[in-house]
Design a protein around this ligand. Structure first.
Ligand code: ZN
Length: 496
């Protein structure tokens, strides 16, 4: 008879294998699978998800965990038990039929949302979103009836995060970002113009060059193409990223590749002993986004990094780059302008887009806003935060997939990630000459810094402990507002 710990290890291997298969299907369906074959993929996904759910909600698990805890445990074994028990508690609180119904609802809702977005028809999507909001509110009460529903979901993505902490964080950001954007807008600067034809074949070569420069081993990480860029991780020896090439604008894919490479590096550097356990991979959404944003914005959109890669860009695109200096590229990569679409927003206005979503989803979850009133509320918030009017729902309330997929409380992670990244850069800069490393493309010391403090731990340490490792102190959003103020005051020649 295998011991409790052996059974728990075997359970994790099974969960890993099922997750591996689920990831394969999802990666395949977003990249090369024929679009009309979704029925069969959906069938396979449902069966595999059901098996995954059944393994995690097995009624014998609690006794097994308790038995395992009677022996002496290593730090990792204790962390594995905590994580599995957390997953068991969460999954088993939702009745199996309600869980399955919600999976079906969100997968239908995503298809309807795509249609509604394409045809600017919120009314089509509205009944689905109403059901999703109702279900999420009900599920929140299963998890913790004492807590406001929105707090339950915030805590899902960032352990320990509450509405109160979020309010304070966003208030602090708003205090700096709103006047900063107003000053930039008042400058009325003409953005630099680049060529409008960038052949995709050369863009593909640039992607390979960038991944190599950041230190990604192509033997362990491949790049594919999809509508929206993403990262899919299998284990530390196999991570995939995707990008989307736009012929008219090479910067779009270039920064996507750097962003997803940040996610990939995190996964590729998970500690060896965590493989095939529930502790492998990034700790939280906010931490994952901190790594992608660190690479994309703090490193990728910096002048020294762009100076360093200029010769390669010139080699690949000699005619397009004629007369374009590193400084021109730097300005083109950092244009700040209030706009409609979150995913295309610049570093400064990005958080304002998040605040709009934060305010609205908080009200939806807490029952203060009805779904049918959402488009009008969206438009009013966009006016308040970004000073722009929304011409239609396709480029307004229907632009993001998150709510259709049932994800509430996810958006704040993006803003937190940006703020974490800025504080990491400040800390790193105390011991590393970042400008020189970025110029030379020498990322080894940077990877080592991140690996030792964050990457290698996977989910073994609590998110707060990982942040503490990185910052050698408490999280402070002031590093982020200072970073933005300094960078953009110089770029736009603003008075202090
Ligand atoms: Zn990301």
């Amino acid at each position: 008879m295998p011991t409790a710990l052996e059974q728990i290890s075997a359970l994790q291997h099974k969960l890993y294998a099922l997750q591996y298969a689920l990831n394969c299907i999802e990666l395949d369906s977003s990249t090369v699978a024929p679009k009309k074959g979704y029925t069969g993929r959906g069938q396979a996904l449902e069966e595999l998800s059901r098996s995954h759910h059944a393994l995690l909600t097995d009624s014998g698990l609690l006794a097994l965990f308790a038995e395992a805890r009677t022996g002496t445990l290593t730090q990792q074994q204790a962390a594995e038990l905590d994580e599995l028990e957390r997953q068991y508690n969460e999954t088993s609180r939702i009745p199996a039929d309600e869980y399955a119904a919600f999976s079906r609802l969100t997968s239908e809702a995503v298809t309807v949302w795509e249609q509604a977005k394409a045809t600017n028809d919120f009314a089509l999507f509205c009944p689905y979103l109403e059901k999703i909001v109702d279900t999420r509110r009900r599920f929140a009460a299963y998890f913790d009836p004492q807590k406001p529903a929105y707090d339950v979901w915030l805590n899902q993505f960032e352990k320990g995060l509450t509405t109160q902490r979020c309010n304070a964080f966003f208030d602090q950001l708003k205090e700096t970002i709103t006047p900063l954007v107003a000053q930039i807008v008042a400058k009325n600067a003409t953005p630099p113009t680049l060529a409008t034809q960038w052949p995709v074949a050369e863009q593909r070569q640039l992607s390979a060059y960038l991944m190599n420069r950041l230190g990604i081993d192509s033997g362990h990480c491949m790049i594919g193409e999809s509508e929206h860029p993403f990262t899919a991780e299998f284990y530390k020896g196999d991570v995939r990223i995707t990008t989307h090439y736009h012929e008219a604008d090479f910067l779009s894919s270039m920064f996507s590749v750097i962003h997803e490479s940040g996610h990939a590096l995190y996964e590729l550097h998970t500690g060896d002993t965590l493989q095939y356990t529930c502790l492998a991979g990034g700790a939280t959404m906010g931490l994952h986004e901190s790594q992608s944003r660190l690479f994309e914005n703090c490193f990728g959109r910096s002048l020294p990094f762009l100076q360093g890669i200029l010769p390669e860009i010139q080699r690949l695109f000699p005619s397009q780059m004629e007369g374009v200096s590193a400084e021109d590229l730097y300005r083109a990569a950092n244009v700040c302008q209030p706009s409609l679409i979150r995913t295309e927003a610049d570093e400064v206005t990005y958080c304002l887009h998040i605040m709009v979503r934060y305010q609205l989803e908080k009200q939806l979850m807490n029952g203060e806003l009805a779904v049918r009133d959402l488009p009008a509320a969206w438009n009013a918030q966009m006016q308040e935060y970004l000073g722009i009017s929304v011409p239609n729902d396709s480029v307004g309330v229907l632009q993001d997939i998150h709510w259709a997929g049932g994800d509430f409380g996810y958006f704040p992670s993006y803003a937190l990630g940006s703020a974490y990244a800025a504080q990491m850069v400040a800390k790193m800069g105390e011991t590393l000459d970042l400008d020189a490393l970025l110029l030379q493309g020498d990322f080894a010391p940077i990877r080592e810094w991140l690996s030792e403090r964050i990457w290698k731990y996977g989910k073994m340490l609590a998110p707060d402990a990982l942040l503490h490792n990185a910052f050698e102190g408490e999280f402070d959003p002031k590093f982020y507002t200072d970073y933005l103020t300094k960078k953009y005051s110089e770029l736009y020649d603003l008075k202090a």
